[in-house]
Design a protein around this ligand. Structure first.
Ligand code: PEP
Ligand code: MG
Length: 606
């Protein structure tokens, strides 16, 4: 099929003789092994027009934007329609999620501000707004949020294509045998349009295991390795490739031995994968003890993805995302609409909305945060909320109003003392009085819970449990604060382990405090999405874990292979150990043989 300039979008290059067996490391995005010839797809056009417009042209540019959004969402709807019959629910909901993101008002507001306020032409405004949103997410130094930044770039690309009338259509019909698609990036919609018969595997320079493209590749059962640096400088069309998407590795011109070893492993993997089609049954240990697995989400559209992947509700909705790239914080109405939508999508399953966690590593430009030496220890999260009660009340009123539309709980981040919880409760009561006075309906009971992520909160968990409806342990920050390891530091990442005995001891204390006062305790930090750690947590008494949606099937499978007695025995043995290394070694020794296939993927994906 021809590209926009009439040339083939498949870049053909003469395959120079290459050394055999060159290995390129990446991330296993979708399990499997394939051997075939590379087909390199051209990098998409990236330059964007930058033109100043007059004030009078502003409205015209806004109309162009609106038309481009309409066409882009129409094009995506066509994709959704096309894949409806063959697609799984996860696949379809990802495309639908993109349609919602396209129409989201956060993006529209940001573009409008650039067009009307800064006199930028629409292409420039879209490009700038998308880059700023993506940058904010990347600045969080959180792999999951960083991954969401690709979603924004994808949406921006869709709109820009419409503005320029550009289409990048992929076609592998020229291929005589199934090829291995090699690209810088492939959008989820393009991935969704691929045919299993024509594509033996995919390899991309960008992406992580949780990128939506990787999720789609898994849904289509196309092996994929993503995040391969310098891929396009190493591989040319026609090269023979071994894609080992179990190990996250690509071998250029593989030897026969390499092919035989990878194929044997792929066979073993397939046998396990067959057994792990577990999406539709609730999570439980092998002996039948139920564990609720919920989703962590940032965007309303992700709620649908979480439920398609088997989430029993949302355990952590990071609302700070609503505040990103805005000159002014979102008003009550805009927040209410967003929360209501998430509650309705998930109803009757529970949704835990976390009040904004702004500050620290989660920078938001709408707040002129004071320059601080240690922002992670500064005016952040609930501290910011209490320092700016009018802002906090706006969010709390929006949440109270949304409670009429599903099963809502409110959770407060960075609680360090009982006093803070009391102050939040009194603001929440005031918010409720104001909502009542304005005549809006709301749920009679809204559980108010706390995140346990500051060591003082873990120490005072019993006192907090007496006054809070539930506790959710944020292990990302708990590890950072308890071990004094900056969560954004690459150099110290090796120290930031939830297997540290100090962390496990703090978690034990919180679980005991929950039992004492009969309050539910969950874990919503990244620890919950690690198969070994998840089993340990269940052995420690947790019955509710919340994690990135894509981790849910793997954790469900892991829990289903272990009895509670086995998990408790590992915990008992771990309690006698005094270093993180010893505990990790113990857990791997006891649970590794049971979970090796899941860990193989996990290790490759981390
Ligand atoms: C945590 O700290 O573990 C957590 C879940 O919150 P966040 O990652 O948003 O800080
Ligand atoms: Mg946190």
């Amino acid at each position: 099929m021809a590209g926009e300039d009439g040339s083939s979008p498949i870049a053909r290059s003469s395959s120079a003789a290459r050394p055999r067996g060159v290995e390129l490391d990446g991330i296993a995005g979708s399990a499997g092994v394939a051997v075939g010839r590379a087909v390199v797809i051209d990098a998409p056009e990236s330059s964007v027009v930058r033109r100043r417009i007059t004030e009078q042209q502003g409205e015209e540019e806004l109309e162009r934007f609106q038309r481009a959004v309409t066409s882009a969402s129409r094009a995506l709807r066509e994709v959704a329609e096309r894949i409806r019959e063959s697609a799984t629910r996860a696949e379809s909901s990802i495309v639908e999620a993109y349609i919602l993101m396209l129409e989201d008002e956060t993006l529209r507001d940001a573009v409008e501000r650039r067009i009307l306020g800064e006199c930028q032409c629409v292409e420039w405004a879209v490009d700038g707004a998308v880059r700023a949103m993506a940058e904010q997410l990347r600045a969080a130094h959180d792999p999951y949020l960083a991954e969401r930044s690709h979603d924004f770039e994808f949406i921006g690309d869709r709109i820009l294509r419409q503005l320029g009338g550009r289409q990048r259509t992929l076609s592998l019909v020229d291929l005589e045998e199934p090829g291995i698609l090699v690209a810088h990036d492939l959008s989820p919609a393009e991935t969704a349009g691929l045919h299993r018969e024509r594509v033996a595997a995919m390899v991309m320079e960008v992406g992580t295991r949780t990128s939506h493209t990787a999720i789609l590749a898994r849904a289509l059962e196309i092996p994929a390795v993503v995040g391969v640096r310098e891929l396009l400088t190493q591989v040319a069309t026609g090269d023979r490739l071994l894609v080992d998407a179990l190990r996250g590795r690509v071998i250029v011109e593989p030897t026969d031995e390499q092919i035989a070893a990878a194929t044997a492993r792929a066979e073993r993997y397939r046998a396990v994968a067959e057994r792990s089609r577990v999406l539709q049954r609730p999570a439980a240990t092998r002996c039948g003890v139920r564990v609720a697995l919920r989703g962590n989400v940032e965007l309303p559209a992700e709620a649908g993805i979480a439920s398609a992947l088997g989430a029993e509700g949302i355990g952590l909705y990071r609302t700070e995302f609503l505040y990103v790239d805005r000159a002014e914080p979102p008003d009550e109405e805009a927040q209410f609409e967003t929360y209501r939508r998430v509650l309705q999508v998930m109803s009757p399953m529970p949704v835990t909305l976390r009040t904004f966690d702004i500050g620290g590593d989660k920078y938001v430009s709408a707040f002129q945060a004071p320059a601080e030496m240690n922002p992670a220890l500064g005016l952040r999260a609930v501290r910011l909320g209490l320092a700016r009660p009018e802002l906090f009340l706006t969010q709390l009123r929006a949440m109270v109003r949304a409670s009429a539309y599903g099963s809502l709980a409110i959770m407060v981040p960075m609680i360090a003392s009982v006093r803070e919880l009391r102050e939040v409760r009194s603001l929440l009561e005031r918010a409720r009085r104001e909502v009542d006075a304005a005549g809006h309906p709301s749920a009679r009971e809204i559980p108010l819970g706390v995140m346990i992520e500051v060591p003082s909160a873990a120490v005072m968990a019993a006192e907090l449990a007496r006054e809070a409806a539930f506790m959710s342990i944020g292990t990302n920050d708990l590890v950072q604060y308890a071990l004094a390891v900056d969560r954004t530091s690459r150099e110290l990442a090796y120290l930031a382990t939830p297997f540290d005995p100090a962390i496990l001891r703090l978690i034990h204390g919180v679980v005991a405090a929950g039992r004492l006062h009969d309050r539910p305790v969950s874990v919503c930090g990244a620890m919950a999405s690690d198969p070994l750690a998840a089993v340990l947590l269940v052995g420690m008494g947790l019955r509710e874990l919340s994690m990135e949606a894509s981790a849910i099937p793997g954790i469900k499978e892991a829990l289903g292979r272990v009895t509670l007695a086995e998990a408790e025995a590992v915990v008992a043995a771990a309690r006698a150990l005094v270093t993180a290394e010893e505990i990790e070694a113990l857990v791997i020794e006891r649970l590794g043989p049971l979970l090796s296939d899941l860990l193989e993927l996990d290790a490759a994906g981390s």
